[in-house]
Ligand binder design. Structure first.
Ligand SMILES: CC(C)C[C@H](NC(=O)[C@H](C)N)C(=O)N[C@@H](C)C(=O)O
Length: 706
């Protein structure tokens, strides 16, 4: 093996390009993924459930395609070419996503919303498919390709490389989850303004191109191992043969064998069969694992949607809902060293044998606790959400535009919440002294405001009010003009237009922060300033008594139609803490366990199996959410937490019966036995060794997690 690339401090220079490539690729992937669910909800106008479903289908695809990538790399193109070709596919996918988010392409009426949504949906789905193919396909190649750059005696350097590699994954994720939410929160557009999802996808696309270029630049320095044949295919063939052979010999006349895999002995080497048995033992243990990922990956979907209903003010800093995902890589970078250097050694000192499987069990429990925290936060949020009328109810608000007190008498005791029976007819409202009787009709499923005029004998006016929380943390604002003259209201970002006397404006969406409204009547003006949070709705009433002057702060009445989000986003930190502590215990330990228990030539098979559990976990989100259809989000969180606790219980029983092995020792034993055997067996050993040499690549992966 010639691995003589230039060296810096004992490290091959080539790994610099691989590490930078990984950083840019992870930036690209996590940056795009951070804003994805909000793109579905606010750009493509999908509801929460559809957005969550497509998000998890995409993540599942990303973790299914590694099997494809491993097969292509091992049996056809080799790792280097596979990384190049699939990175191109990946970059095209990212560019397609960025283009799909340019609303101007189909916004023919220039109102800021796309007119041909099909175009945007189709292009983004094609983009996501290409990204899943690219990111998943290169996944099993990049780390192993990095490991390949080291010679056999460079164990220490290889270990350092994989630590840096892991830091790059989380460093890329950390930076991108800070940056892309800021980009998507900007307004941009050619003819009309929209949230800048195109830039939020465009920057990850650019980073993927950088990743590709960096990888190509290093081309001359890499050690490129030839494709060695696909071990996964060989394993499948051997298992297939064992099953077929067992079926052929199902009659009682054939003596039973110790293990069903022993039925492959007629055709396959005993060592290979023993190795497959080891792999199957670990794969069996994997069966309950997808449930962990089911909860883990909801950070990017349900939890981000939850954050949109929360208050993101951290002092003077405003945190976007999708930026909360940053907490995960920050905690990873903090917790991994703490766990390794403090917690685990302390547990050891206490004489407790905290085995990998026990750590994974605790990791699962921590994820379940995270979801209980999410449920508690949701309950708090639900308390602050307005109760909108159902389809059989109406809600009414009254606004006295006059300067005198009016006494309102309404039938029934609860004028603002009317049930179907009360709504079906006309509601009579009597106003006393002088008594005026008026009949108004309430619209089902609507919130309305009745504007009682200055002179109550004049015509009464009904307005339709907003019936859902304003989206993307905006505030829905309107003005009611109670003056006898028309008033123009404006702010730099919006113009409410000329509001006629005894009339009202449409709602305008306004961002959080301090806003100063300027009111004009003829040549007179005054200013009204107020602070907005997230997701509120207000009706500002301009009374007939308003005196124009330098300010009209005291005269204008603000009626709160929808409260601003009041539950603070910081309340999500405990759930992020528990899920990330769970990730460290479960994911980091799980990888290490998989590699330590896998035979030397089948580490890649177990890597693919491990990633496959992530894919299944994401499919489970779809299935459970679809089947359960719980009306309350907190109940869905509790359901997921309970499912994980149940699965964790099963896993702990399976783990209890699992006996740890040392694959290297077993393999050595096999070789020793064969050595002591006859010539025929020696021949078999030579075949096995050739097989080993042909497929050797796993040692590098072992170091990855060591
Ligand atoms: C544990 C996750 C499924 C994968 C891992 N993610 C993290 O470390 C986050 C940022 N804390 C990750 O991205 N792994 C790489 C190897 C990958 O999936 O390509």
């Amino acid at each position: 093996m010639n691995k003589k690339s230039s060296r810096v401090c004992g490290y091959p220079l080539s790994i610099f390009f691989i590490v930078v490539n990984e950083f840019c690729e992870r930036f690209s992937y996590y940056g795009m993924r951070a804003v994805l669910v909000l793109y579905f909800k606010y750009f493509l106008r999908w509801d929460d459930d559809l957005a969550t479903s497509i998000y998890h289908t995409f993540v599942a695809l990303c973790y299914l395609t590694p099997i494809l990538g491993a097969i292509v790399a091992d049996s056809w193109l080799g790792k280097f070419k596979t990384i190049i070709y699939l990175s191109i596919v990946y970059a095209i996918g990212q560019v397609a996503m960025a283009v799909s988010a340019i609303h101007d392409i189909t916004d023919t009426d220039r109102d800021g919303t796309p007119d041909n949504m099909t175009f945007h949906v189709v292009l983004s789905m094609v983009g996501l498919f290409l990204i899943a193919l690219g990111t998943g396909g290169i996944k099993p190649c990049v780390a192993a390709f990095g490991g390949d750059q080291f010679s056999d005696h460079q164990d220490r350097q290889r270990r350092t490389f994989f630590s840096v590699f892991y830091l790059c994954i989380n460093g890329g994720s950390l930076l991108s989850t800070i940056i892309t939410p800021i980009l998507r929160a900007q307004d941009c557009g050619i003819h009309s303004q929209q949230k800048c999802y195109s830039l939020a996808f465009g920057v990850p696309a650019a980073l993927m191109l950088v990743a590709l270029v960096v990888f190509i630049v290093g081309s001359g320095m890499y050690y490129k191992a030839e494709p060695q044949g696909n071990i996964m295919l060989d394993v499948c063939k051997c298992i297939g043969f064992a099953i077929k052979n067992r079926y052929r010999h199902r009659s009682n006349q054939y003596p039973k064998r110790q293990h069903w895999m022993d039925w492959a002995e007629e055709k396959y080497d005993k060592l290979l069969i023993a190795q497959i048995k080891m792999v199957l033992k670990v794969l069996f243990l994997y069966i309950p694992l997808p449930m962990f990922w089911t909860l883990f990956d909801q950070k990017g979907s349900r939890w981000t949607l939850q954050a949109t209903t929360m208050n993101g003010y951290f002092g003077s800093l405003v945190i976007q809902p999708d930026q909360m995902q940053t907490v995960n890589p920050i905690l990873i970078l903090t917790l991994v060293p703490i766990m390794d250097s403090v917690i685990y050694p302390l547990i050891n000192k206490c004489g407790l044998n905290f085995t990998p499987l026990k750590r994974m069990t605790v990791g699962m429990l921590l994820a379940a606790i995270a979801f209980v925290c999410a449920a508690l936060v949701q309950i708090e949020i639900d308390k602050t959400l307005p109760t909108f009328p159902s389809t059989s109810q109406s809600q009414l608000k009254l606004l006295n535009m006059g300067s005198e007190t009016v006494t309102i008498k309404m039938p029934g005791n609860d004028p603002l919440n009317l049930t179907a029976a009360q709504v079906s007819g006309q509601i009579n409202i009597s106003v006393g002294h002088p008594e005026v009787r008026n009949t108004i009709s309430l619209a089902k499923g609507q919130r309305q405001t009745l504007l009682i005029p200055l002179t109550i004998t004049d015509e009464w006016l009904m307005t339709d009010d907003i019936t859902s929380k304003p989206q993307e943390g905006n505030n829905a604002i309107r003005f009611v003009n109670g003056m006898k003259t028309a008033v123009n209201v404006s702010i730099p970002a919006a113009n409410f237009g000329l509001i006629e006397p005894f009339s009202y404006s449409n709602y305008s969406l306004i961002k959080n922060g301090k806003v100063t409204f300027t009111l004009w009547s003829g040549s007179q003006s005054c200013e009204y300033s107020t602070d907005f949070g997230f997701g509120s709705s207000y009706t500002f009433f301009i009374p007939s008594t308003l005196v124009f002057g330098p300010n009209c702060q005291e005269s204008i009445t603000a009626a709160e139609d929808i409260k601003p989000n009041s539950v603070h986003m910081a309340l999500q930190i405990p759930q992020y803490f528990f899920i990330t502590a769970g990730e460290v215990m479960f994911s980091v330990t799980g990888l290490e366990f998989s590699y330590s228990q896998a035979p030397s030539n089948m580490k890649a098979v177990l890597q693919a199996g491990w990633l496959f559990t992530v894919a299944i976990g994401n499919f489970i989100v779809l299935i459970v959410a679809e089947l359960a259809k719980l009306p309350k989000q907190w109940a869905e969180y509790v359901l997921f937490a309970s499912l994980l606790v149940a699965v964790c219980f099963i896993f702990s029983i399976m783990a209890y019966f699992y006996t740890y092995i040392d694959p290297a020792e077993i393999e050595a034993q096999f070789k020793k036995n064969v050595n002591e055997d006859d010539e025929d067996n020696k021949h078999k050993l030579q075949k096995t060794e050739r097989f080993y040499r042909k497929l050797f690549s796993g040692g590098t992966l072992k170091q990855y997690t060591a």
